[in-house]
Design a protein around this ligand. Structure first.
Ligand SMILES: [Zn+2]
Length: 138
């Protein structure tokens, strides 16, 4: 696996800084010092409400979300921190879309800023209108 797969888009200097903290085993402490508070959302229901609130604030007109869950396999199996899936099917003469957002469960113990980042990213996919039955890794 590529080192720091989620940070590929960041400048080399930033990645070197993170790598140094990792090598010294200081990442957890550094993050805890910088972001002492967790977001406190523990359940899929709480996550759904949180995402729905964000959607209402920024994307009121977008299609509704069918499902929002923490997923414990995303990070490990799909190498993704979050996914947005649209499943389209014909219902009578209409095309119905179901939108599903999955957030890697490692975000359960993350600071609010981190959860916000991944939720906003996945919500943005509602506007991309990419019709697909496959999740798009983030
Ligand atoms: Zn994405």
């Amino acid at each position: 696996m590529t080192p720091l797969p989620y940070l590929q888009a960041y400048p080399e200097a930033t990645r070197a800084q993170v790598q140094a903290l990792l090598d010294q085993g200081r990442v957890a402490q550094w993050l805890t010092d910088k972001y002492p508070q967790g977001h406190g959302l523990r359940t899929d229901r709480a996550l759904y409400d949180y995402v729905q609130d964000a959607k209402n604030s920024f994307l009121r007109g977008a299609e509704p979300l069918s499902k929002v869950v923490f997923d414990s396999k995303l990070h490990v199996v799909q190498n993704a921190l979050g996914t947005h899936t649209t499943i389209s099917r014909v219902q009578g003469s209409r095309l119905k879309s179901k939108h599903e957002i999955r957030i890697a469960s490692l975000f359960k113990d993350a600071p609010p800023e981190f959860l916000r980042m991944i939720v906003v990213h996945e919500l943005a996919h509602l506007r991309e209108r990419a019709v697909s039955v496959r999740p798009s890794p983030s």
